[in-house]
Design a protein around this ligand. Structure first.
Ligand SMILES: [Zn+2]
Length: 87
């Protein structure tokens, strides 16, 4: 998943770390050679953030869906009450 540099806005490239602390770990690197912003975050941590945001959005939609069902049932009950009791 492509993303832009947080300091200059250029597109980032996915590189593989070869340091002893993070061997083989993928990270975003700025493609702007002039500014040399360099490191722009780990790819695996970016995926975690994206998953948390998706889960949060899913819970919000489930809650909204439940609330709409309650409103639908209540409106039908009101409709039936109007028919039966001629309110
Ligand atoms: Zn940059």
């Amino acid at each position: 998943m492509a993303r832009t540099c947080s300091c200059c806005g250029y597109p980032t490239l996915i590189r593989v770390s070869n340091t002893s602390r993070n061997p083989g770990r993928q990270f975003y690197a700025c493609s702007n050679k002039m500014l040399n912003c360099g490191f722009n975050g780990w790819v695996d941590e970016d995926n975690v953030v994206a998953r948390i945001q998706r889960d949060r959005e899913l819970r919000r939609l489930q809650l909204e869906n439940r609330n709409l069902k309650i409103v639908l049932v209540l409106s039908w009950m009101l409709f039936v009450a109007v028919l039966v009791y001629k309110l």
